[in-house]
Design a protein around this ligand. Structure first.
Ligand SMILES: Cc1cc2nc3c(=O)[nH]c(=O)nc-3n(C[C@H](O)[C@H](O)[C@H](O)COP(=O)(O)O)c2cc1C
Length: 178
């Protein structure tokens, strides 16, 4: 049972989550490796796939969505889990009273759930370092706006115990016969 943890990241936070999931799977006795989606051409060596991406402006990073659509047949044939790395800060509910993790579910997840029938999906809190060089025009232009700064508090909010627990649940499901 060889597991691929494929990810799309812009600033590295999602890569860290993917590496952590792969490590937890290996710790549970399953061969697993984390790889950027752009490095993966062929899913044949893998029996199961965990696919993750960062959320920006309510959307999953395009590379993750493109990967999911491109490999939809192989993915639909395997146990698949989706995750998103998104909300920043520690608030449990947003200004509208909605659960922050639910509100951060990327817009693409409805389509991808219908396409891939994942065994599970999870939104994890992310990380943001405003001192890191901006990537892309939109980030460069919006970074210094007060509204953008308020919406993107600086810090590493990744919830390692939640990530480990999710990965252990995946391992248990795969070990019990997939
Ligand atoms: C400009 C900008 C827009 C963002 N938009 C969203 C968003 O719409 N939803 C969300 O959950 N997180 C959003 N985030 C938070 C990122 O998803 C979070 O920082 C993530 O962990 C980054 O992952 P990466 O380092 O792998 O790119 C945004 C962050 C920035 C800087």
């Amino acid at each position: 049972m060889n597991v691929l943890v494929a990810y799309a990241t812009r600033h590295g936070a999602t890569a860290g989550i993917a590496e952590r999931i792969a490590g937890a799977l290996r710790g549970a006795g399953l061969p697993a490796e984390a790889r950027p989606v752009d490095d993966v051409r062929d899913l044949a060596p893998y029996d199961a796939v965990v696919l993750g991406g960062a959320a920006y402006m309510f959307h999953w990073l395009k590379d993750a969505t493109v990967f999911a659509r491109r490999h939809r047949e192989e993915l639909a044939d395997r146990p698949v889990w989706l995750f998103s790395s998104g909300p920043l800060g520690t608030d449990r509910v947003d200004a509208e009273g909605e659960d922050v993790l639910e509100a951060a579910r990327p817009k693409e997840f409805d389509e991808l759930t219908a396409l891939l029938h994942p065994r599970g999906e999870q939104v994890f809190r992310g990380a943001y370092d405003p001192d890191a060089p901006p990537i892309g025009l939109a980030e460069r232009l919006t970074r210094h706006l007060p509204a953008a700064q308020e919406a993107t508090p600086a810090g590493d909010f990744r919830d390692w115990p939640a990530i480990d627990a999710w990965a252990e649940g995946i391992a248990a499901e795969l070990r019990s016969g997939g």
